[in-house]
Design a protein around this ligand. Structure first.
Ligand code: PRP
Ligand code: HPA
Ligand code: MG
Length: 183
């Protein structure tokens, strides 16, 4: 798997330190409140699992599966719900946990959808964000890392379902894409 990578952008140690930092802020901000973490499958599985263990507050967890990228490297902008939340979020404090904000189209759609369900509060924790790729502005309370506008893999992020289990984030070598590198 190592030969498939071009370079490491964020190391495992940097990821671990950032999780602690974000968890401290979340503990502080939601002290005394019931917090529901909503993870966006499948990419957010890693950050959700690690963040939930790093916070000390007794959070609940629910999952939503949406897909806009399919097996490609560009967002189609057309978001489909593949799995909805199990529970009603009306009147609850909801924190959406995402692996990455790229164009922002997925979260923009999701936030509109979740807002219509009447949560008491709705915030976003995005572990990675590509500011140069933004097509819509998303209000994000907790950001892990702003990264360059390159297609990245690892720590939940896939290319055609591969590389999600890398414990760090990196860019792929050209041969993986068959010569035509995605942007
Ligand atoms: O800001 P955007 O340009 O909309 O891109 C971000 C979304 O794309 C990825 O999901 P994907 O559709 O690849 O599903 P996955 O999590 O199952 O890989 C990622 O996990 C985000 O949900
Ligand atoms: O850079 C990325 N890598 C993997 N999945 C993604 N989904 C949006 N952007 C990305
Ligand atoms: Mg994906």
């Amino acid at each position: 798997m190592g030969a498939d990578l071009e370079r490491v952008l964020v190391t495992q140690e940097e990821i671990e330190a950032k999780l602690v930092e974000l968890a401290e802020r979340i503990d502080e901000d939601y002290r005394g409140q019931d917090l529901l973490l909503v993870g966006v499958l499948k990419g957010a599985v890693m950050v959700m699992a690690d963040l939930a263990r790093a916070v000390h507050s007794p959070v609940k967890m629910d999952w939503m599966a949406v897909s806009s990228y399919g097996s490609g490297t560009k967002s189609s902008g057309v978001v489909r719900i593949l799995k909805d939340l199990d529970a009603d979020i009306a009147g609850r404090h909801v924190l959406v946990v995402e692996d990455i904000i790229d164009s922002g189209l997925t979260l923009s759609w999701m936030l509109a959808n979740l807002t219509s369900r009447g949560p008491a509060s709705l915030e976003v924790c995005a572990f990675f964000r590509k500011p140069e790729a933004a097509k819509v502005d998303i209000p994000v309370k907790y950001v892990g890392f702003d990264i360059p506008n390159e297609f990245v893999v690892g720590y939940g992020l896939d290319y055609a379902e591969r590389y999600r289990n890398l414990p760090f984030v990196g860019t792929l070598a050209e041969h993986v894409y068959g010569g035509s590198k995605p942007t």
